[in-house]
Structure formats: structure tokens, C-alpha cells
Design a binder for this molecule. Structure first.
Ligand code: FAD
Length: 428
């Protein structure tokens, strides 16, 4: 091939980027493109906008950062809004591209786009987002271990994490007519001010992702105590907060894994440092679950065969959304989500369990609300965790949480509930 499109999706970075590495090796020059797919901005079947303002703002920052890095390397980023399967062939015609290089995805809507595009163009896809490459695991995908522990043990024993590839020194491209990136208001979102109570003022982009690694690992050495702090609820450093950057691919899970290895050599190696790698394997586990079970992760019964009837009462759902259920731990978490687009892992487990087991509502509505709000929404992590919480995933544990007991354990003095239920933004 002489020239190809490099189609950016949830891989908004230039270092350790498998499609970029491949296209650079195989073509003379390339055209970097991002398409904001309109379908992901629409309302879903529950009436929630699929991409809410927190994540949209983050994505726009990621694109700004990516475009700057591309420009530094002699290229640029073409931005379009519409349907990739229609836009990419037009771009190919305009710039005489012979094919498209991109990261592979594993879920229904994204796969449909790939299928349609592949009927029109030479589409080359790479397994970029899992930490452990599917060619390196010791099982066929359709025979992957059902439960996480078995999956983890096999992967830890027989697989490895490939080395991270450094960013290229230059990206050859033809002259590109790049239009300016839109702002949040251009896209029809209301401008909103950040709530000062949020855990972190998340900023999109590879630069900010690496600054966060620098802070959490090297400057504060919080990684050394991660296992003890990870169930926290307030503040920037109880957990890594890498999730929004991982979800948009500003940094690869492989690169984080190897940074932990480096930390283990240079600072300390303990249960906490291992535990971050362990959590990244959960991320992979849900990607592999999606590879294996396809669209079933969105079904009411998830990947289980027995039928379960789910209820839906809009007013009860609305109280959950608004943080007005009367359960103060659930309510504080739901308000944090609504005000900031983030919620701790402890909070997510509790509010999901509450929706399903206490309110008896359809888990898919809860997952859809998370999809709309979460700044770190990742389709396989979200739906994988939700089917587990609903008891229709591959989790053998009983996941019914006693929210009162959880609050006593993790919010002993009530500081978190105070923060979100009793303090206003102004009092910060
Ligand atoms: C109902 C529910 C929905 C969720 N939806 C999402 C989602 O849309 N996107 C998302 O990234 N995570 C999701 N999670 C997982 C988890 O809550 C977040 O990854 C985590 O809270 C992000 O904060 P952190 O980066 O500080 O995590 P850390 O504790 O620092 O963990 C490091 C990384 O490990 C991965 N990880 C940790 N826990 C999990 C987990 N349970 N499942 C998958 N990956 C994990 C993430 O990539 C995370 O960034 C969900 C969990 C639940 C219970």
C-alpha cells in the first residue's frame, strides 16, 4: 500500500500503538482520522444520552492533545462527525488511501461499524486494547476460563505482557486540510463548571495520563500502599484514577504494567504493586468475556441461560439517579456520579447491587445511566461489571451488598456522606 488511513478510536495516543506501528512499517505515508460517531451522542432506549458532557469534554481534550502530538511529528488529525463507515471511504477517495488501519473492538455497535466498513475498504485491525494479547493466552477464546480467578491464574502462569513500543520520531503524511476541533457547546452540550468536591480535575490526553502516572508512582509513591487505600471514597490518591485515560486509550495497559515493573525494581515490590497489575487483569477479563460471549453481555440474562424477569419503574429509577433513595451511602455515591462523572469502585459495587437487589430494577437501565455519566466509561468493563452485579455474569460470588454495613466499614465517620449530602459546592 502506498497510503492508508490511520483510524483513531479508543486509542488516542501515539506511543505503544499497534495499528500505528503496523501502518508505519507498511505504507509510504498515512492520514490520521477521528470520526465522532453521531450514534453515540443520541439517546438510548432508556432516554439517556449515550455520551454525557463529562466524557465528551474529556474526549475533546484527548483529541486536542493527540492533534498536537501529531503536528509535532509532522502530521495532523482530520476530525469528522458522522458515521465512520460512510466518512472513511470518502476520506480515502479524497486523499487516495488504499486501506484503513485501526484497533480492534469487541462489542456489538463497534463491530457492526467494522463489518460495514470492511465491505467497502481494506480494513486491517489489531488487538491493541487488551493488556495481554489474545495470541499469547494459553486457551482458545471460546474456551476461556469462566471465572476470573481461573482466568488470572492461567494468564499469569502462561502469558506475558508485550513490551510497550515507544512513540515514533516522525509520521509521514500528505498535506492535510484539518478543520478545527469542535467545542462542547458546538456539539450542543451545555457548558458546566467543575464541582470542586470531585476526586480529580480529569484532563484528557496522553500528556495528562503520563503526568498522573508520574504523580501516583514516582512523586508520591502511592502505588506502594494501593492495596490498603484502594477502597477509599474521597480524594485523588486512594486509587490510581487511570481509568478515564485507559478508556480513551491515552495510555496503554501494557505501558502501565511495565511502569509497575520498573517501580518494583527501583522503589519497592509488595502486595500493592502487584495488586495494580491484578486489577488491570480484571479489565482484560471483561474484554475477553466480550470476545467470547459477543452481544450476550447486553442481554437481560447476560451470559447465563436461565431467564430472569426484570422490573422497571421510572420514578424509582429517578430516585436512584438523583440520589434520593433514602439510603445515605447510595445517595452520596449517586450524587457524586451526577455531579462529577466519577464514582469509586466501592461506590459502584454498592449502587449497582442496590439497584438490582433492593430496588429490583432492570440492571440494563443502571448500566445505561453509568454509560451516559461515567468519564471512564468502557463498554466491556461497564457491562461486564454490571452483569456480575446483577448475578447474570460469570461471578460465582454472592454480590448482594449490605449498604449500611458497607457504609460503616468504608465511611466510618460519615465524611463521605457529609461531603455529598450535606455540603454544598460553595462551602468548599
Ligand atoms: C457497576 C460497575 C461499573 C463499572 N464501570 C466501569 C467502566 O465503565 N469503566 C471502567 O474503567 N471501570 C469500570 N468499573 C470498574 C472500576 O470501578 C473502575 O475501573 C475503577 O473504579 C476506576 O478507578 P481507578 O482507575 O482509580 O481504579 P484502580 O483501583 O486504580 O485500578 C486500576 C485500573 O484497573 C482496572 N480496574 C480496576 N477495577 C476494575 C474492575 N472491577 N473491572 C474492570 N477493570 C478494573 C481499571 O482499568 C483501573 O483504572 C465498574 C465497576 C462497577 C462495579
Amino acid at each position: 500500500m502506498n497510503r492508508a488511513i490511520l483510524w483513531f478510536r479508543n486509542d488516542l495516543r501515539l506511543s505503544d500503538h499497534l495499528p500505528l506501528q503496523a501502518v508505519l512499517a507498511e505504507v509510504v505515508d498515512l492520514v490520521p482520522v477521528y470520526v465522532l460517531d453521531d450514534r453515540f451522542l443520541e439517546a438510548d432506549e432508556w432516554g439517556f444520552q449515550r455520551t454525557g458532557p463529562y466524557r465528551m469534554q474529556f474526549i475533546l481534550e484527548c483529541l486536542t492533545d493527540l492533534r498536537e502530538h501529531l503536528r509535532e511529528l509532522g502530521s495532523d488529525l482530520l476530525f469528522y462527525r458522522g458515521r465512520p463507515e460512510e466518512i472513511l471511504p470518502q476520506v480515502a477517495e479524497q486523499y487516495q488511501c488504499e486501506g484503513v488501519y485501526a484497533s480492534r473492538t469487541y462489542t456489538r455497535d463497534e463491530l457492526e461499524v467494522e463489518e460495514r466498513l470492511a465491505t467497502k475498504m481494506d480494513l486491517r485491525l489489531y488487538h491493541d486494547s487488551p493488556m495481554v494479547h489474545p495470541d499469547d493466552v494459553p486457551f482458545a477464546i471460546d474456551r476461556m476460563p469462566e471465572v476470573f480467578t481461573a482466568f488470572r491464574k492461567k494468564v499469569e502462569k502462561y502469558s506475558h505482557v508485550r513490551e510497550a513500543i515507544p512513540s515514533p520520531k516522525a509520521i509521514p503524511s500528505p498535506a492535510l486540510e484539518a478543520a478545527p476541533l469542535p467545542t462542547l457547546t458546538d456539539l450542543g452540550y451545555p457548558a458546566s463548571a467543575a464541582d470542586q468536591r470531585g476526586v480529580l480535575p480529569f484532563k484528557g490526553g496522553a500528556l495528562a495520563a503520563w503526568e498522573r502516572v508520574e504523580h501516583y508512582f514516582w512523586n508520591t509513591e502511592q502505588l506502594s500502599v494501593y492495596k490498603e487505600t484502594r477502597n477509599g471514597l474521597i480524594g485523588a490518591d486512594y486509587s490510581s484514577k487511570f481509568s478515564p485515560w485507559l478508556a480513551q486509550g491515552c495510555i496503554s495497559a501494557r505501558a502501565i504494567f511495565h511502569e509497575v515493573e520498573k517501580y518494583q525494581q527501583e522503589v519497592t515490590k509488595n502486595q500493592s504493586t502487584y495488586w495494580l497489575q491484578f486489577e488491570l487483569l480484571w479489565r482484560d477479563f471483561f474484554k475477553y468475556t466480550a470476545m467470547r460471549y459477543g452481544r450476550r453481555i447486553f442481554w437481560p440474562n447476560g451470559i447465563k441461560d436461565q431467564r430472569r424477569k426484570w422490573g422497571y419503574r421510572p420514578q424509582v429509577m429517578q430516585r436512584w439517579i438523583d440520589g434520593e433513595t433514602g439510603d445515605d451511602f447510595v445517595d452520596a455515591n449517586m450524587r457524586e456520579l451526577r455531579q462529577t462523572g466519577f464514582m469509586s469502585n466501592r461506590g459502584r459495587q454498592n449502587v449497582a447491587s442496590y439497584l438490582v437487589h433492593k430496588l429490583n430494577l432492570d440492571w440494563r437501565a443502571g448500566a445505561a445511566w453509568f454509560e451516559s455519566l461515567l468519564i471512564d466509561y468502557d463498554v466491556t468493563s461497564n457491562y461486564g461489571n454490571w452483569i456480575s452485579a446483577a448475578g447474570v455474569g460469570n461471578d460465582p460470588r454472592d454480590r448482594i451488598f449490605n449498604t449500611k454495613r458497607q457504609a460503616d466499614m468504608y465511611d466510618k465517620k460519615g465524611a463521605y456522606r457529609d461531603l455529598w449530602l450535606r455540603q454544598s459546592v460553595d462551602s468548599q
